[in-house]
Write a protein that binds this ligand. Sequence first.
Ligand SMILES: Cc1cc2nc3c(=O)[nH]c(=O)nc-3n(C[C@H](O)[C@H](O)[C@H](O)COP(=O)(O)O)c2cc1C
Length: 394
Amino acid sequence: MSAIALKEGVWSVGVLNPSLRVFDIVMESKYGTSYNAYLLTGEKNVLIETVHTDYFEEYVENIEQVIPLERVDYLIMNHNEPDHSGSVSKLLERCPDLKIFCTAAGKKHLEDITNRTFPVQVVKAGDTLDLGGKTLEFIPAPMLHWADSMFTWDPADKVVFTCDFLGAHFCEPTMLDSKIHDKAAYAGERHFYYQCIFGPFASYVQAGLSKLPAEAEMACTSHGPVLTETLEECKALYRQWSTPVPKEGKTAAIIYASAYGCTRALAQAAAEALEEMGIRTVQHDVTMESLDACAAIANEADVVLVGSATINRDVPKAVWDVLGSIDAINTKGRAAGAFGAYGWSGEAPGMLQTRLGQLKFATPAEAFRVLFTPTQSDLDAMKDYARSVAALLK
Ligand SMILES: Cc1cc2nc3c(=O)[nH]c(=O)nc-3n(C[C@H](O)[C@H](O)[C@H](O)COP(=O)(O)O)c2cc1C
């Protein structure tokens, strides 16, 4: 991809990666992605973000279509994840005096990522950078989606540089939302990107939206198209997606695996006890419901109970998959418990209990387990256990 003039003195100098299919280990990227970077030219020349290290040469070629690399004065790093900071070391080799602007958290990340020192100016909310003809303003926006994140605002051009915020893994060479060919595909990817990257940080999304300058006419993101005609729509969608769905009363999710019905009977007893307490309860058998559906009820519920038969001294993979798919950013202090039926060694409930603790759920001291078929007294004890988990509700 070549350098693209977005406005006078505002250039896209990023690169495309159309063949990427998995981003950050966990995220499918069906349409590839782009590593966006920008160059502002004038009395002072400023780069905003670098690109993934594999694309450094192409990035430099794009910059040099506009100005010689040596004439770049500053580098602004809105966020320092290696898809944006991966070329910083190589850039510093070529431009050792390049001064980097980033937040305090960004400086720490960048030092730890590059393992080197560099000229740096730490910025905070309201700090500005005078470029001669125009002045940039820094707007820290933490947890969107790392602690280091910030926006950079160019009021003269009405352009805000948002890094990952409002982005999408999408890959069209024009770099403009107005020129996207497959708008439905882009809309789907934009939503998926939001869910994966910003879903766990809803309250920070709301804070970030309120910090975006209302006068912005263009948002230069770090992945996918630059937003112009869809900027307001994208902000409205972020507002909608990050607004908590109001719900009445408390809810519980019971997620379990049961080969012969013993663990299912325990799940049913727990559900009865919770319903008697006025807690609306949904049960999902992991072999009957999709992984996404199981993770979704766990993410939404106030009380989470996870049950499993012990199979070959372990928890079956389908249950681990659920516990590996829930939103671990928002589990701290939420009420949870583990249970299951077993035949002789009975490892599964304890393993689940350990995992719930690692996820920082609030749990009773022990998991609950029963040998083979639960008796009436086992079912009553399961009800007591469910009540003890519900008692941890905040
Ligand atoms: C393939 C298989 C492997 C098992 N391995 C173990 C085991 O390692 N340790 C154990 O305590 N029970 C083991 N069991 C016994 C089950 O945990 C026991 O039957 C339990 O009651 C099953 O609960 P469920 O009816 O909810 O499936 C195994 C059962 C099966 C079918």
